[in-house]
Design a binder for this molecule. Structure first.
Ligand SMILES: *Cc1c(COP(=O)(O)O)cnc(C)c1O
Length: 349
């Protein structure tokens, strides 16, 4: 190797606007404005993702997803602090119980990286982000007391950010609840911090119950050799993998990119599960497209790529009404029907 570049800034997770300037990812004149963004919404970009970024390209899909942007300080009237209505369905801290047969459990609100379009951006990345032991006990007691709960979905934040020993004991405690048959984890770790998927983490994920992992990934470029190797370690450990993506303006809202993304997931043994319409999270207007545009893109995937590669395009209806498919035929005008048959106007009036 000739002329090895000094890498110290790029070898650690970047968390402040100053870090981003020092790493050459943003220009110095933007420092102050981006400091204001970072104060409002957590920033973290791992070396795995900085390596994939071409910061000289304003349209770079990785930069767009993870680099803070001045536009995040603009909140439009239809945007909501709790965009999918988690709070209405939260009986105890750390639990969201919206559907009878499954609950969300959020043991930690830290992530390896903070996506700029995150629907829980008002909650994640704070200082008290780990569910206190007493709250976790109460959350597990809640699940034990509700025998209709068939599936526990660990989400956050990113559950794979828990110390491995803590994750292992949590999974063990869930495994011991007789009526819980399935454990699902939603994570950005395989893409955001693939090195974390090592023997210790795999050991923590070992359980006699069915454990499914939903991997968040929005652009084929995110599937670097390191991310692919992490996915291979997970599938090799017998963990079925699902893909969860968000349809994002300027990132994946064109037919070629979407098709490549879905194919890249399937090639890595990840079954595309949901393609989410972007939520009405504060300061994320620059990522949103219309449902009609989304429908056209999704319709274009049918026939173009294998049925294995087809995700379900969904909207999480604001107000806590749940997810509804958006493919053509489900939507009349701008009224969306939820799982209990109730109509909702979108965006909410
Ligand atoms: C998304 C979500 C689920 C999971 O829904 P699936 O359709 O089973 O993937 C469960 N509970 C809540 C509160 C959710 O937001």
């Amino acid at each position: 190797m000739t002329n090895p570049r000094p890498l110290p800034q790029r070898r650690r997770t970047l968390r402040t606007a100053a870090d981003l300037v020092q790493a050459g990812l943003v220009e110095a004149p933007r420092l102050e404005a981006l400091q204001a963004v970072a104060e409002r919404y957590a920033v973290a970009i791992t070396p795995a993702l900085t390596d994939l970024m071409d910061a000289t390209d304003p349209a770079d899909p990785i930069a767009r997803q993870f680099l803070p942007d001045e536009r995040e300080l603009v909140t439009s009237p239809e945007e909501l602090a709790d965009p999918i209505g988690d709070e209405v369905w939260s009986p105890v801290k750390g639990i969201v119980h919206r559907y009878p047969d499954r609950v969300l459990l959020t043991p930690i609100l830290h992530c390896p990286v903070y996506c700029r379009f995150c629907f829980r951006r008002e909650k994640v990345g704070g200082e008290e982000a780990v569910l206190a032991e007493a709250d976790l006990t109460a959350a597990l007691d809640y699940i034990r007391a509700h025998d209709k709960v068939w599936e526990v979905i660990l989400t956050g934040g990113d559950p794979l950010m828990l110390p491995a020993a803590k994750l292992k004991s949590l999974i063990g405690a869930i495994e011991d609840i007789p009526h819980v048959q399935v454990i699902r984890i939603h994570s950005r770790v395989p893409v955001g911090d693939p090195e974390r998927v090592g023997p210790t983490l795999l050991d923590a994920l070992t359980t006699s119950k069915a454990l499914w992992l939903a991997v968040h990934c929005n652009h084929p470029k995110e599937l670097s050799p390191a991310a692919e190797a992490a996915l291979s370690r997970l599938s090799g450990a017998g963990i079925p993998l699902l893909g969860q993506s968000v349809l994002l303006k300027g990132v994946n809202d064109d037919p070629e990119t979407l098709a490549e993304l879905m194919k890249a997931l399937v090639r890595n043994r990840v079954k595309p599960y949901y393609l989410h319409h972007p939520d009405l999270a504060p300061g994320t207007g620059h990522f949103r497209l219309s449902i009609q545009e989304g429908q056209a893109l999704v319709a274009g995937l049918r026939g173009r790529i294998s049925g294995l590669c087809q995700p379900t395009y969904v909207l999480d209806i604001p107000g806590g009404h749940g997810k509804s498919p958006l493919a053509k035929g489900y939507v009349e005008g701008v009224t969306v029907t939820d799982w209990q048959g109730r109509p909702h106007t979108y965006p909410p009036q």
